[in-house]
Design a binder for this molecule. Structure first.
Ligand SMILES: [Zn+2]
Ligand SMILES: [Zn+2]
Length: 129
C-alpha cells in the first residue's frame, strides 16, 4: 500500500513557501507585491534602491533609510499576504482530504483485520460483531 506524503508540503511557521519557479525569476516585489517589472515602489533617496524592504526597516526607533510605505504598497502587501494565505488554505484542505481518506482506509482495514481470515497466530477469540 502506498502512503502519500501527507506532511511533505507543510512549511515551518514563518515560511511562505513562495518560490520563483513559475516565471523562472524572483517573485513579486516584497514591498509592493507587484511583478518586479511593474514595481511601483519609489526609489530610496539614501541608497537608490527600489523595493528593498531593508530601506523601510525600523531600527532603534528610526526608519532605516527614512522610507515609509505608501498606501499603494500596503495594498500590494495585503494582496500578497492574502494570496499566501489562500495557498496555505489550499494545502490544508488537501491535507484534510488525504487524512480523511487515510483514516477511512485505516478504519476499513482494521475492521477487515478483525474476524477475517486468521491473520497471524490465533488471538483471543472474541466473537465478531
Ligand atoms: Zn515594489
Ligand atoms: Zn535604501
Amino acid at each position: 500500500m502506498t502512503r502519500p506524503g501527507i506532511f511533505g508540503w507543510s512549511y515551518p511557521p514563518g515560511v511562505t513557501g513562495r518560490e520563483p519557479e513559475i516565471t523562472g525569476e524572483w517573485g513579486p516585489c516584497e514591498c509592493c507585491g507587484c511583478d518586479p517589472a511593474d514595481c511601483l515602489c519609489p526609489e530610496c533617496p539614501v541608497c537608490g534602491e527600489q523595493g528593498n524592504p531593508a530601506c523601510y526597516l525600523v531600527q532603534g526607533g528610526e526608519k532605516n533609510h527614512n522610507l515609509e510605505y505608501n498606501t499603494e504598497q500596503l495594498i500590494g502587501q495585503c494582496k500578497m499576504r492574502i494570496a499566501d494565505m489562500k495557498e496555505n488554505l489550499r494545502y490544508e484542505e488537501l491535507a484534510l482530504i488525504q487524512l480523511t481518506e487515510l483514516f477511512e482506509q485505516e478504519k476499513a482495514s482494521a475492521e477487515q483485520g478483525q474476524g477475517g481470515v486468521g491473520a497471524s497466530g490465533s488471538e483471543d477469540g472474541t466473537s465478531e460483531r
